[in-house]
Every structure is written in C-alpha cells, then in structure tokens.
Ligand binder design. Structure first.
Ligand code: F6P
Length: 366
C-alpha cells in the first residue's frame, strides 16, 4: 500500500479536525498507511516522534473540535532549502511518497515549492550520502495535494476555505451581543475582525449584522471618508437608531496605503460626533471553538477527495488543491491557485483597487 502523510500548517481553523478524520479513515479504507506529521512543517523538519502512524481511533471524537489535534506552526525554517532538505530526508526515511497539506496561502505556497524541488532535494541527499541511491526510484515522485484551511477565505480558485463559515458564525454572534449592550447605552462600537489582507469576514459579517460602516483592505474609502462616515453614523442616529456599529477588517488601509485602525476611527467619531464609543477587538475567538456544520462537512468532503486524488492510478500527479466551486469539489493545479493568490497580493501592494476587486471576483459579489 501507499503511505500518505498529512500535516496542518499556519493559522489553525475550525474544520481541520474533520478534514484529518476523513483523510485517515478514507486512507485506511483505500489500503494506505496514513501518517500524522505533528506541528506543521516544523515536525516534518524535526522528524522523530513528530511523524507517527495514525489509526482509525486516532481521529475518533474530534469532528466537533476546533483547532487541529496534530498541532500547527508558522515555520520559517521550511522557507530555507536547508529546512526542506531535512524534511525530504524524513519523508523518505518513513517511506512516505504522498503528502496532504492543510493550510492557508503561505503553507500551500511552501508545498508547491517543496514539490518543485523534490528531485533536486533527493539528488542532494544521495550526493551527501544521507540516503541510498537505490531508494531514488521508489521515491522519485512525491505526490502533493493541498486543502485550504483558513478563516480568511483569501485563497483563489476556491469559493470557501475551511474555517471561514465558523469564524463568521462566531463574529456575528459576538456582534449580536455587542448590539444589545450598545443599544442599551446608546453607544457606538468599532469591531475589529481578522482576515489579514482579505475583507471577506468583515464584509459578510457587516451584511449579516446591519453594520453602519465597513472598512476592508480591497476597497479603501475615497475622498473625505472621515466626514462621510460621520454623516452616515449621525443620520442613522437621527433616524432613531440607538447605536452604531463600525466593522474594520484588520488589514484596512486608506488610498495611500496607510493603515486605518480601530483606534483611529474611534478618535474621529469622538472628535466629530462626541458619541460614547468603544472598541472590541475580536481576535482569536474567531479562530477557535466548535466548527459549523458547513465546515465539518466540507472538511469531510475535501479530505476524502484528497485521498482519492492520491490513490487513483496516475503515478505522476501534478500537485493540486481541492477547491469548492458552487457545491462541487474540483481539483485545481496548485501552481495556478498559488499564482492567482499571489497576484492579488501584488495588485494590493500596487494599490490598483479596481483590479483587486475584479480579481477577488464572485467572492465579493456585485
Ligand atoms: O490567517 C489566519 C489569521 O487568523 C489571520 O486572520 C490573522 O491575521 C492571523 O492569522 C493571526 O496570526 P497569529 O495567530 O499568528 O497571531
């Protein structure tokens, strides 16, 4: 049978455990050995007890848990070739020729590079006498499949990433709670939500909670936005609203690329409107806790699809990402997804806002 290894990397997200469960159970069903690699890429580099064979029981009673039971890390060492060389040695040492990476943008970019370098990493290991050349034939191909686990929903070519839906549930539940206290005191609240350079969480949470004003990185406010915002907030109050809610995505910027922070927004509101204003930074509560039904189910589906991709006949598979399109799972070339995702970052840095919105496409709607 084949040996499939799975790791979770980067920021954890709700639904990663459901994904792990599906990978282990489907892998075993297909007659493969399944290995956990603990602590993300760092565990692959360190090897030893970090690489451990999993069984059916290893993934029992985890589907409802947030986080990832095999640990995750943001690993700088894997960015260096020397780190990837150690990682390759540990995979060969454990007889692993299939790798599933569950992670965000950075983690899947790393997976793509690892796959690209695989033959040259093996050659270097053989040259240095760290592995025997005879092993080269068996290990000459590493099959790589990516699954996007991230609350940010910032990865191209998939409609949703695992964790986003649960994070949204957490955010709107928190905002609903804030609305009650805000209304009692006739206050204005500024809520900072996560998402890195992607405004999806802020935008959708804003729509779902009737926010008065939303800041997202992809669409920096134009002109005298301070005045526009204040007019909007005060007009809502005049119309009888007892509170105001402003949602700011953590990566928000103005047209010159300067950060727009919750503190900044608060000062503008207090100075101009003299409203009793508070800031709530939701932080990591958005990332933990129980996964929603949606995240559990796409985790299961994507995990199973990843295993099927690896156990199908074709031996030299191009690395792919399991993506959601409509309600269908599709396999997309990893390299294309990574390129598109990096292109958005580039256009963001260039401050070409029209193009950013176009590239984000359907995700943001009209
Ligand atoms: O990528 C997920 C995410 O939660 C982002 O929304 C946020 O910017 C970042 O990770 C926080 O990183 P850390 O958990 O390392 O503080």
């Amino acid at each position: 049978g084949q040996a499939i290894a799975v790791l979770t990397s980067g920021g954890d997200s709700q639904g990663m455990n459901a994904t792990l469960r599906a990978i282990v159970r489907c892998g075993l069903y297909a007659g493969a050995k399944v290995f956990f690699i603990r602590e993300g890429y760092q565990g692959m580099i360190d090897g030893g007890a970090n690489i451990e064979e999993a069984n059916s029981l290893s993934v029992s009673k985890i589907i409802h848990k947030g986080g990832t039971i095999i640990g995750s890390a943001r690993c700088n060492e894997f960015r260096e070739r020397s780190g990837r060389l150690k990682a390759a040695k540990n995979l060969v040492g454990n007889g692993i020729t299939n790798l599933i990476v569950i992670g965000g943008d950075g983690s899947l970019t790393g997976a793509n590079l690892f796959k690209k370098e695989w033959s040259s990493l093996l050659e270097e290991l053989i040259r240095k006498g760290e592995i025997f050349s005879i092993e080269n034939t068996k290990y000459s191909c590493l099959s790589v499949v990516g699954i996007v686990g991230s609350i940010d929903n910032d990865f191209c070519q998939t409609d949703m990433t695992i964790g986003t839906d649960s994070a949204l549930h957490r955010i709107i539940e928190s905002i609903d709670a804030i609305v009650e206290t805000a209304s009692s005191h006739q206050r204005t609240f500024i809520l900072e939500v996560m998402g890195r350079h992607c405004g999806y969480l802020a935008l959708v949470a804003g729509l779902a909670t009737e926010a008065d004003f939303i800041f997202i990185p992809e669409c920096p406010p134009e002109g005298d936005w301070q005045l526009k915002m204040c007019e909007k907030l005060s007009s809502h109050r005049k119309a009888g609203q007892r509170l105001n809610i402003v949602i700011v995505s953590e990566g928000s910027i103005d047209r010159n690329g300067n950060a727009i922070t919750a503190e900044m927004i608060k000062n503008i509101i207090v100075e101009n409107l003299n409203q009793d204003t508070r800031i709530t930074v939701l932080g990591h509560v958005q990332r933990g806790g129980r996964p929603s039904a949606f995240d559990r189910v796409i985790g299961c589906r994507m995990g199973a699809e990843a295993v099927m991709t690896l156990t199908e006949a074709d031996p030299e598979k191009i690395p792919c990402v399991i993506c959601l399109e409509g309600n269908q799972l599709v396999r997309r070339p990893l390299i294309d997804c990574v390129k598109d995702t990096q292109a958005i970052q580039k256009v963001l840095n260039e401050r070409n806002w029209e193009k950013v919105v176009r590239l984000r496409g359907d995700r943001f709607g009209p």
